[in-house]
Design a protein around this ligand. Structure first.
Ligand code: ZN
Length: 283
Protein backbone atom coordinates (compact mmCIF):
# COMPACT_ATOMS: atom_id res chain seq x y z
CA UNK A 1 0.00 0.00 0.00
CA UNK A 2 2.76 2.37 0.87
CA UNK A 3 3.80 2.71 -2.75
CA UNK A 4 0.54 4.52 -3.42
CA UNK A 5 1.10 8.23 -2.93
CA UNK A 6 -2.24 8.96 -1.32
CA UNK A 7 -1.65 6.35 1.39
CA UNK A 8 1.42 8.07 2.73
CA UNK A 9 -0.47 10.44 4.99
CA UNK A 10 0.35 10.18 8.71
CA UNK A 11 -3.29 9.41 9.50
CA UNK A 12 -2.97 6.11 7.72
CA UNK A 13 0.48 4.87 8.50
CA UNK A 14 0.35 4.20 12.26
CA UNK A 15 -2.28 1.51 12.02
CA UNK A 16 -0.03 -0.41 9.61
CA UNK A 17 3.17 -0.06 11.63
CA UNK A 18 3.80 -3.01 13.93
CA UNK A 19 4.97 -2.13 17.44
CA UNK A 20 8.64 -3.11 16.88
CA UNK A 21 8.95 -0.64 13.99
CA UNK A 22 7.60 2.18 16.14
CA UNK A 23 10.50 1.85 18.57
CA UNK A 24 12.99 4.01 16.63
CA UNK A 25 10.57 6.91 16.86
CA UNK A 26 10.97 7.10 20.61
CA UNK A 27 13.75 8.80 22.52
CA UNK A 28 17.04 6.88 22.60
CA UNK A 29 16.74 6.84 26.41
CA UNK A 30 13.81 4.49 26.12
CA UNK A 31 15.54 2.14 23.71
CA UNK A 32 17.04 -0.25 26.27
CA UNK A 33 13.71 -0.50 28.07
CA UNK A 34 11.90 -1.15 24.80
CA UNK A 35 14.37 -3.83 23.83
CA UNK A 36 13.77 -5.53 27.15
CA UNK A 37 10.03 -5.20 26.82
CA UNK A 38 10.09 -6.55 23.28
CA UNK A 39 12.24 -9.47 24.33
CA UNK A 40 9.79 -10.26 27.08
CA UNK A 41 6.87 -9.95 24.66
CA UNK A 42 5.32 -7.25 26.80
CA UNK A 43 5.01 -4.52 24.21
CA UNK A 44 2.08 -5.83 22.21
CA UNK A 45 -0.62 -3.22 22.45
CA UNK A 46 1.43 -1.02 24.77
CA UNK A 47 2.33 1.73 22.30
CA UNK A 48 -0.53 4.19 21.71
CA UNK A 49 -1.83 4.14 18.16
CA UNK A 50 -0.54 0.69 17.35
CA UNK A 51 -3.13 -1.23 19.30
CA UNK A 52 -5.39 -1.84 16.30
CA UNK A 53 -2.60 -3.46 14.32
CA UNK A 54 -1.34 -5.73 17.05
CA UNK A 55 -4.30 -5.94 19.45
CA UNK A 56 -4.13 -8.88 21.78
CA UNK A 57 -3.34 -11.55 19.25
CA UNK A 58 -6.86 -12.98 19.23
CA UNK A 59 -6.84 -13.29 15.43
CA UNK A 60 -4.05 -13.57 12.95
CA UNK A 61 -3.28 -10.68 10.60
CA UNK A 62 -5.16 -11.00 7.33
CA UNK A 63 -3.62 -10.25 3.94
CA UNK A 64 -5.80 -7.22 3.21
CA UNK A 65 -5.91 -5.67 6.68
CA UNK A 66 -5.67 -1.89 6.25
CA UNK A 67 -6.65 -1.97 2.58
CA UNK A 68 -9.74 -0.10 1.37
CA UNK A 69 -11.30 -1.03 -1.95
CA UNK A 70 -14.14 0.69 -3.78
CA UNK A 71 -16.19 -1.58 -6.02
CA UNK A 72 -18.42 0.29 -8.44
CA UNK A 73 -21.19 -2.09 -9.53
CA UNK A 74 -21.96 -0.15 -12.70
CA UNK A 75 -25.40 1.09 -13.74
CA UNK A 76 -28.32 0.95 -11.30
CA UNK A 77 -31.11 -1.40 -12.43
CA UNK A 78 -33.75 1.33 -12.36
CA UNK A 79 -31.85 3.84 -14.52
CA UNK A 80 -34.22 3.32 -17.46
CA UNK A 81 -37.13 4.44 -15.26
CA UNK A 82 -35.53 7.84 -14.61
CA UNK A 83 -34.63 9.33 -18.03
CA UNK A 84 -34.57 12.95 -16.78
CA UNK A 85 -32.17 12.19 -13.96
CA UNK A 86 -29.99 9.88 -16.04
CA UNK A 87 -29.68 12.23 -19.03
CA UNK A 88 -28.77 15.25 -16.92
CA UNK A 89 -25.31 16.47 -17.95
CA UNK A 90 -22.52 16.32 -15.39
CA UNK A 91 -18.79 17.03 -15.39
CA UNK A 92 -16.93 14.06 -16.80
CA UNK A 93 -13.42 15.51 -16.57
CA UNK A 94 -13.26 18.76 -18.50
CA UNK A 95 -16.40 18.13 -20.55
CA UNK A 96 -20.05 17.32 -19.93
CA UNK A 97 -21.61 13.92 -20.26
CA UNK A 98 -24.89 12.25 -19.29
CA UNK A 99 -25.13 11.33 -15.59
CA UNK A 100 -25.38 7.66 -16.49
CA UNK A 101 -26.80 5.19 -18.99
CA UNK A 102 -29.10 2.22 -18.71
CA UNK A 103 -26.47 -0.39 -19.41
CA UNK A 104 -26.92 -3.42 -21.63
CA UNK A 105 -28.43 -6.90 -21.22
CA UNK A 106 -28.13 -10.43 -22.56
CA UNK A 107 -30.25 -11.39 -25.58
CA UNK A 108 -32.51 -13.09 -23.04
CA UNK A 109 -33.02 -9.77 -21.21
CA UNK A 110 -30.85 -10.38 -18.16
CA UNK A 111 -29.56 -6.91 -17.25
CA UNK A 112 -25.97 -5.76 -16.93
CA UNK A 113 -26.97 -4.04 -13.67
CA UNK A 114 -27.88 -7.40 -12.13
CA UNK A 115 -24.66 -9.03 -13.31
CA UNK A 116 -22.46 -6.27 -11.89
CA UNK A 117 -24.44 -6.21 -8.65
CA UNK A 118 -24.12 -9.96 -8.12
CA UNK A 119 -20.42 -9.88 -8.94
CA UNK A 120 -19.81 -6.89 -6.65
CA UNK A 121 -21.49 -8.65 -3.73
CA UNK A 122 -19.38 -11.79 -4.29
CA UNK A 123 -16.17 -9.78 -4.52
CA UNK A 124 -17.06 -7.73 -1.44
CA UNK A 125 -17.61 -10.89 0.58
CA UNK A 126 -14.23 -12.38 -0.35
CA UNK A 127 -12.30 -9.14 0.11
CA UNK A 128 -13.83 -8.62 3.55
CA UNK A 129 -12.90 -12.15 4.50
CA UNK A 130 -9.30 -11.20 3.73
CA UNK A 131 -9.50 -8.12 5.94
CA UNK A 132 -10.23 -5.34 3.43
CA UNK A 133 -12.69 -2.52 3.97
CA UNK A 134 -15.00 -2.57 0.94
CA UNK A 135 -17.25 0.27 -0.19
CA UNK A 136 -19.78 0.04 -2.99
CA UNK A 137 -21.01 3.02 -5.00
CA UNK A 138 -24.60 1.80 -4.92
CA UNK A 139 -26.40 -0.08 -2.19
CA UNK A 140 -29.20 -1.85 -4.00
CA UNK A 141 -30.11 -3.36 -7.34
CA UNK A 142 -33.54 -1.81 -7.65
CA UNK A 143 -35.99 -0.80 -10.39
CA UNK A 144 -37.03 2.06 -8.09
CA UNK A 145 -33.62 3.69 -7.88
CA UNK A 146 -31.13 5.38 -10.23
CA UNK A 147 -27.51 6.48 -10.25
CA UNK A 148 -25.18 7.53 -8.85
CA UNK A 149 -23.92 9.72 -11.69
CA UNK A 150 -20.47 9.14 -13.15
CA UNK A 151 -19.02 12.16 -11.36
CA UNK A 152 -20.06 10.74 -7.98
CA UNK A 153 -18.65 7.32 -8.91
CA UNK A 154 -15.40 8.92 -10.02
CA UNK A 155 -14.96 10.65 -6.68
CA UNK A 156 -15.84 7.60 -4.57
CA UNK A 157 -12.24 6.43 -4.21
CA UNK A 158 -11.12 9.73 -2.71
CA UNK A 159 -14.23 9.93 -0.54
CA UNK A 160 -13.38 6.64 1.15
CA UNK A 161 -9.58 7.15 1.04
CA UNK A 162 -9.40 3.93 -0.96
CA UNK A 163 -6.31 2.19 -2.27
CA UNK A 164 -8.05 1.44 -5.55
CA UNK A 165 -11.37 1.34 -7.31
CA UNK A 166 -12.69 -1.20 -9.79
CA UNK A 167 -15.77 -0.40 -11.83
CA UNK A 168 -17.72 -3.44 -13.05
CA UNK A 169 -19.50 -3.59 -16.39
CA UNK A 170 -20.64 -5.91 -19.14
CA UNK A 171 -20.36 -4.87 -22.75
CA UNK A 172 -23.14 -5.09 -25.32
CA UNK A 173 -21.81 -5.11 -28.84
CA UNK A 174 -23.76 -6.84 -31.59
CA UNK A 175 -20.67 -7.35 -33.76
CA UNK A 176 -20.84 -10.96 -34.86
CA UNK A 177 -18.61 -13.29 -32.83
CA UNK A 178 -17.45 -10.49 -30.53
CA UNK A 179 -16.55 -11.87 -27.14
CA UNK A 180 -14.07 -11.71 -24.27
CA UNK A 181 -13.16 -9.25 -21.51
CA UNK A 182 -11.29 -5.99 -21.63
CA UNK A 183 -9.99 -3.73 -18.90
CA UNK A 184 -10.27 0.03 -19.44
CA UNK A 185 -7.66 2.31 -17.90
CA UNK A 186 -7.50 6.11 -17.96
CA UNK A 187 -5.36 7.86 -20.55
CA UNK A 188 -2.95 10.56 -19.38
CA UNK A 189 -4.88 13.80 -19.08
CA UNK A 190 -2.78 16.47 -17.40
CA UNK A 191 -5.32 18.15 -15.14
CA UNK A 192 -7.32 15.01 -14.45
CA UNK A 193 -5.50 11.72 -14.44
CA UNK A 194 -1.84 12.69 -14.00
CA UNK A 195 -2.07 11.48 -10.40
CA UNK A 196 -3.48 8.06 -11.17
CA UNK A 197 -2.31 7.29 -14.69
CA UNK A 198 0.65 5.06 -13.82
CA UNK A 199 -0.82 3.04 -10.93
CA UNK A 200 -4.05 2.58 -12.91
CA UNK A 201 -2.04 1.18 -15.79
CA UNK A 202 -0.38 -1.25 -13.39
CA UNK A 203 -3.78 -2.21 -11.95
CA UNK A 204 -5.06 -2.87 -15.46
CA UNK A 205 -2.13 -5.16 -16.24
CA UNK A 206 -2.51 -7.03 -12.95
CA UNK A 207 -6.23 -7.55 -13.53
CA UNK A 208 -5.69 -8.71 -17.10
CA UNK A 209 -3.15 -11.22 -15.82
CA UNK A 210 -5.42 -12.67 -13.12
CA UNK A 211 -8.36 -12.89 -15.55
CA UNK A 212 -6.28 -14.73 -18.16
CA UNK A 213 -5.02 -16.99 -15.38
CA UNK A 214 -8.65 -17.84 -14.58
CA UNK A 215 -9.17 -18.86 -18.20
CA UNK A 216 -10.96 -15.75 -19.47
CA UNK A 217 -10.29 -14.66 -23.05
CA UNK A 218 -9.15 -11.22 -24.01
CA UNK A 219 -11.74 -9.41 -26.12
CA UNK A 220 -11.40 -10.08 -29.85
CA UNK A 221 -13.23 -6.94 -30.96
CA UNK A 222 -11.53 -4.03 -29.15
CA UNK A 223 -8.10 -2.77 -28.02
CA UNK A 224 -6.32 -4.76 -30.72
CA UNK A 225 -6.90 -7.98 -28.79
CA UNK A 226 -4.61 -6.87 -25.95
CA UNK A 227 -7.36 -6.97 -23.30
CA UNK A 228 -6.54 -3.43 -22.18
CA UNK A 229 -8.11 -0.31 -23.64
CA UNK A 230 -7.15 3.26 -22.66
CA UNK A 231 -9.87 5.90 -22.71
CA UNK A 232 -10.04 9.58 -21.90
CA UNK A 233 -13.80 9.99 -22.29
CA UNK A 234 -15.02 8.25 -19.13
CA UNK A 235 -16.01 10.38 -16.12
CA UNK A 236 -15.58 7.51 -13.68
CA UNK A 237 -11.89 7.28 -14.63
CA UNK A 238 -11.18 10.98 -15.24
CA UNK A 239 -12.54 12.15 -11.90
CA UNK A 240 -10.90 9.47 -9.81
CA UNK A 241 -8.04 10.33 -7.48
CA UNK A 242 -7.16 6.73 -6.67
CA UNK A 243 -5.93 4.04 -9.08
CA UNK A 244 -9.01 3.01 -11.05
CA UNK A 245 -9.92 0.66 -13.85
CA UNK A 246 -13.14 -0.43 -15.42
CA UNK A 247 -13.77 -4.07 -16.26
CA UNK A 248 -15.94 -4.99 -19.23
CA UNK A 249 -16.21 -8.59 -18.08
CA UNK A 250 -17.57 -9.93 -21.34
CA UNK A 251 -19.94 -9.23 -24.21
CA UNK A 252 -23.43 -9.89 -22.86
CA UNK A 253 -24.79 -10.12 -26.43
CA UNK A 254 -22.55 -13.11 -27.06
CA UNK A 255 -24.13 -16.41 -25.99
CA UNK A 256 -21.01 -17.96 -24.50
CA UNK A 257 -19.99 -14.82 -22.62
CA UNK A 258 -23.55 -14.36 -21.38
CA UNK A 259 -23.55 -17.90 -19.98
CA UNK A 260 -20.24 -17.27 -18.20
CA UNK A 261 -21.53 -14.05 -16.69
CA UNK A 262 -24.91 -15.43 -15.66
CA UNK A 263 -23.89 -18.70 -14.05
CA UNK A 264 -22.57 -18.99 -10.50
CA UNK A 265 -19.58 -20.97 -11.76
CA UNK A 266 -18.51 -18.15 -14.07
CA UNK A 267 -19.17 -15.46 -11.47
CA UNK A 268 -16.97 -17.35 -9.00
CA UNK A 269 -14.11 -17.34 -11.50
CA UNK A 270 -14.48 -13.60 -12.08
CA UNK A 271 -14.47 -13.16 -8.30
CA UNK A 272 -11.24 -15.14 -7.88
CA UNK A 273 -9.56 -13.06 -10.60
CA UNK A 274 -10.72 -9.74 -9.11
CA UNK A 275 -9.72 -10.65 -5.55
CA UNK A 276 -6.29 -11.86 -6.71
CA UNK A 277 -5.82 -8.64 -8.62
CA UNK A 278 -6.53 -6.60 -5.49
CA UNK A 279 -4.08 -8.69 -3.50
CA UNK A 280 -1.33 -8.46 -6.10
CA UNK A 281 -1.85 -4.75 -6.66
CA UNK A 282 -1.72 -3.86 -2.97
CA UNK A 283 1.02 -6.33 -2.02
ZN1 ZN B 1 -21.81 -0.61 -18.53
Amino acid sequence: MSRLPHRLGPSVVPARVPAPLAAPLLAPLLAPLLTLALAAGLLVGAVPGTASATTTGTRAARPLDGVTVVIDPGHQLGNHNFPDEINRLVNAGGFKKACNTTGTATNGGWPEATFTWQLAVRVRKQLRRLGAVVRLTRHSNSEDEWGPCINTRGRAGAKYDADLMISLHGDGTTVKGARGFHVIRPTYRKKWTADIFKPSRRLARVLRHTLVHQGFRKANYVAGGTGIDARGDLGTLNLSDVPTVMLEAGNMRNKRDARLMHRAKGQKRYTVALVRAVRQFTD
